[in-house]
Ligand binder design. Sequence first.
Ligand code: ZN
Length: 337
Amino acid sequence: MSGENTEAVTLRRKRVQRLKRYIIRMLLFLILLPTVLCVALLIRMNRMDRVLIELTDALEMLTEESASQQETLRELMESMRTTGEGSQAESEASLEFTGYELTVPEASILPETVGISGSSEPEVTTVHKVYLTFDDGPSANTEKILDILDDYGVKATFFVVGKEEEFAREALVQIVERGHTLGIHSYSHKYAEIYSSEEYFAADFEKIQGYLEEVTGVTSSIYRFPGGSSNTVSKMDMHVFIDYLDSRGVRFYDWNVSSGDASSMQLSVKQLVKNATEGIEQRETSVILMHDAVGKRTTVEALPIIIENILAMEDTVILPITEDTMLVQHIQKDYNN
Ligand code: ZN
C-alpha cells in the first residue's frame, strides 16, 4: 500500500513540476514578447529616422542645386544683357523675371589694385579674391578639411549648423583656433521650421549664435541661408529674414561658384575641380560653395587640387570671409523698408 502511495505522490509531484515549468515558460514568453516587439519597433523607427534624414538631405541638395542653376541662369542673362547693351527692351524684361541681382557695395565696384613686388617698377594689377566656403559642418570630414587647408596655409569659411556632439564641439574650436571664419548656417537646417515665420527664424538664429559663442567664444555675424537666399522652399518673403539679420548686424553671403557637391549624385573629383575653379580669372570675387558633410568624400579629395589650381592662377588669393569681403548675394536687400 505504502509503495502505491509513494508512486501517487511522485506522480503528483511530477505533474506539479510540469505545471510549474509550463507557467514559467508562459511567463517568460509573456515578458519576452513585448520586449522583442519593442526592439523590433525601435530598429524600425531608427531605420525610418535614417530614411528621413536622407530625404531631408536630398531635399536640401536639390534646393541648393536649383539655387545654383538659377544663379547660372542669372549670370547668363547678365552676360546677354551686357552684350546686347540695352538695345532690346525684351531682354531687360526677361532679366527682371529671374528676380536675382548681385549686390555689390559701391565702394567695391572699382577693382582693387596692388603693386607686384619683385619687379623694379611696380605694376598695378587686379587681384582676384577667392573664398572657399563649406556648408553643413561640422562633420567627420572637418578635421581632414582643416588639415588640407593647413597644408597649403589657406584660410576658409565654415557655415556651420547646430551639432552638439563632442567631436562637433572640438571641430568648432579647431575652426576658430586655426584662423578660419566661423559663419552660421542655422541651428536646425530644417527649412520647414526656420522659414515658417520670423519668430522661428529668430529663435533658430539666436540658438546657434549663442551656442557657437559658448563653445568658441566667437560671436559670428555672417550667415548663409540654408538653400541660399534664392531658395524656392520658403513660403515667407525672404526679405523678412534678411531684415531680421540686418537688425542684428549680420551680413549674409550666398555664392557665385558652385562646386556642385550639393548634388545628390556624387560628382567625380575631376568634375568638382572643374566646377570650383571655373571663371575665377574673370571675376574679382569668387565665393565657392562646397560642403563639409559626411557623404561628400570627393569634396575632400578634390580640395587639394582645387587649392593648387587656384594658387597657380596669376594675381589670385584665397581668403576667409571678413567684414571687408564684397557681398555676394542672390537676392537683393529690400531698400523700401
Ligand atoms: Zn546647407
